[in-house]
Design a protein around this ligand. Structure first.
Ligand code: FAD
Length: 506
């Protein structure tokens, strides 16, 4: 059986591996010159940066790809665990370490915030239970409907533990449990891990914090890029063929009775036939651009969903890569400099105005991979990945926004670190939502497909099997179960299950 994968992002690579292991002949068509999609790297002289993701969680999902092929994952990739989730900085100079070990974290929170150890433990147990009860259900199904999510088992759990409160938000749950506004802010931030607004995202998403704080934060040796490198090497060993610099323009279909079935893909005028097609391209763009000729025949419901996905995009990012000519012992690997008005900052990101620049007091994330991968910067120097959450691209003037953002970031960080900070940035590159959209063909440069600001968006994404085109499957951050490396890996598993159960085309 021949399967074509469109796109070599993490979801595309993992799908190709799983399908090759099922015995398929797999070809991956990638528009760019290399694999990895948003997982990419860049260099400024002797400084190396992971240009996209900086945090790795649930590494067992990566290992699983090797284990199912009877390979030892440690021959392809190795991970360091990172003891601190992040160091939190507040505008008045308060600094708090947030550990990835529950007992240490409980002690840290009780020391720095107005919360007792008992109450903190109760909250952490609550998010652990939320994760344990819902995650397997969420990750191991091809798609969800609200009725399947609120199944008998879930309703039992909801009643017994009070974990699902449909009208709550991440913020309202955190505020009720944690009370101290700064502690609430620290836990609200985890909603940004799927590009959402904690003041709107459903309360169930407080479980995201458990993934990092309960199950650990990791960094692959060699950086996040090592994940893409390992998957690509393994896929090649399994015989997957990669065709780079080749953008797919059309999915060719044929009608069998009243069903639309895949036949193949076209990159230019040549058609390549396939029994099944897996799209790692943004789902809305797959339907609107690659299936343009079939679009009129799709039901109104799909067109409505596409509009929803595109208008309710997740946040995007403005990232600076700074080559620093000195090191800062005040910083850890992951550092968050919080805004003093988080609610207004999220409104600024999600209630979009085209003329806006960045929020006047933005939350700034500074990741310094050279603190664990010393070869990422020259001795005594550091590579700073500095990120702001921003709106997705709708034609803003990103170059002028970046100029303004740099000045605001320097002003915000200087009192904490060094009043001459600006002078120590010896080289710079930056990435805008426009670049992300252009390089990975993601609608608006959204990092995680659509946002999860409603319970519907959070739980019900497009399924991994197309209900509209037989033989078409979807993986990656824009479809079920969602964005971020672990969920993209989970989507590939769902695709392989669906195809092996015989859902191919023709
Ligand atoms: P993508 O990375 O979206 O790649 C899709 C690929 O398909 C691209 O290579 C594109 O060129 C190709 N393609 C698309 N259309 C076509 C076509 N028509 N023909 C041929 N090729 C095509 N996640 C985390 O887990 N942790 C983090 O810390 C984190 N931080 C992030 C920070 C930034 C700045 C960014 C940008 C993302 C971050 N993410 C993070 C999100 C994570 O990177 C993504 O969710 C994930 O990598 C998306 O993978 P994907 O499978 O959806 O493919």
């Amino acid at each position: 059986m021949k399967t074509i994968v469109i796109g070599a992002g993490i979801g595309g690579l993992a799908s190709a591996i799983r399908l090759a292991l099922l015995g398929h002949e797999v070809e991956v068509y990638e528009a760019q010159a290399t694999y990895g999609g948003k997982v990419t790297e860049l260099s400024l002289g002797k400084y190396r940066f992971d240009a996209g993701p900086s945090l790795c969680t649930l590494p067992h999902l990566i290992d699983e790809l090797f284990l199912i092929g009877n390979k030892n994952p440690r021959e392809y990739i190795n991970f360091d665990s990172i003891p601190l989730s992040h160091r939190a900085f507040f505008n008045d100079g308060q600094t708090v370490d947030i550990s990835t070990d529950f007992e240490t974290l409980i002690a840290q929170c009780a020391e720095h915030f107005t919360i007792s150890q008992t109450r903190m433990r109760k909250y952490l147990n609550f998010i652990r239970r939320q994760y344990q009860l819902t995650a397997p259900h969420f990750l191991d199904s091809d798609s969800l409907t609200l009725s399947s999510f609120f199944s008998a088992k879930m309703l039992y759990a909801a009643l017994r533990y009070g974990i699902i409160k449909p009208l709550s938000t991440v913020h309202s749950v955190n505020a009720r449990y944690l009370q101290d506004p700064r502690l609430v802010q620290i836990f609200d931030r985890f909603a940004t891990y799927n590009g959402s607004n904690p003041y709107r995202a459903p309360g169930i998403l407080t479980l995201i914090a458990y993934v990092e704080l309960g199950l650990g934060a990791y960094m692959p040796k060699g950086g996040i890029i090592a994940i893409a490198n390992a998957l690509y090497t393994y896929a090649c060993e399994l015989g997957v063929r990669f065709i780079f610099n080749t953008k797919i323009h059309r999915i060719v279909t044929k009608k069998v009775s009243s069903t639309i079935c895949v036949q193949g893909v076209c990159s230019d005028d040549t058609m390549v036939c396939a029994d099944a097609i897996v799209s790692n391209m943004d789902v809305s763009l797959t339907y609107t651009l690659l299936l343009k000729e079939d679009f009129a025949r799709f039901p109104f419901r799909l067109k409505k969903d596409i509009r929803r996905w595109q208008t309710q995009a997740s946040s995007s990012a403005l990232v600076f890569y700074w080559a620093m000519n000195r090191s800062y012992k005040q910083l850890d690997v992951h550092n968050i400099f919080f805004s003093s008005d988080y609610k207004a900052e999220f409104s600024h990101v999600f209630d979009f105005h085209p003329t806006d620049s960045v929020f006047h007091d933005p939350t700034v994330y500074v990741h310094v991979s050279s603190k664990i991968n010393s070869e990422d910067a020259p001795k005594g120097c550091e590579n700073w990945f500095v990120m702001l959450n921003v709106a997705s691209d709708r034609g803003q003037d990103w170059d002028s926004i970046a100029q303004d953002a740099r000045a605001r970031i320097v002003t915000k960080l200087s009192p904490h670190l060094d009043l001459t900070l600006d002078k120590h940035i010896v080289d710079q590159a930056y990435l805008t939502p426009r670049d992300i959209a252009g390089r990975t063909l993601s609608a608006g440069g959204a990092l995680y497909g659509s946002n999860s600001n409603t319970i519907r968006n959070a739980l019900i994404r497009h399924p991994n099997t197309s209900p509209y085109v037989k033989g078409l499957f979807f993986c990656g951050g824009s479809v079920h179960p969602g964005g971020g490396i672990p969920l993209c890996l989970a989507s590939a598993k769902r695709v392989a299950h669906a195809i092996s159960r015989g859902y191919q085309g023709q």
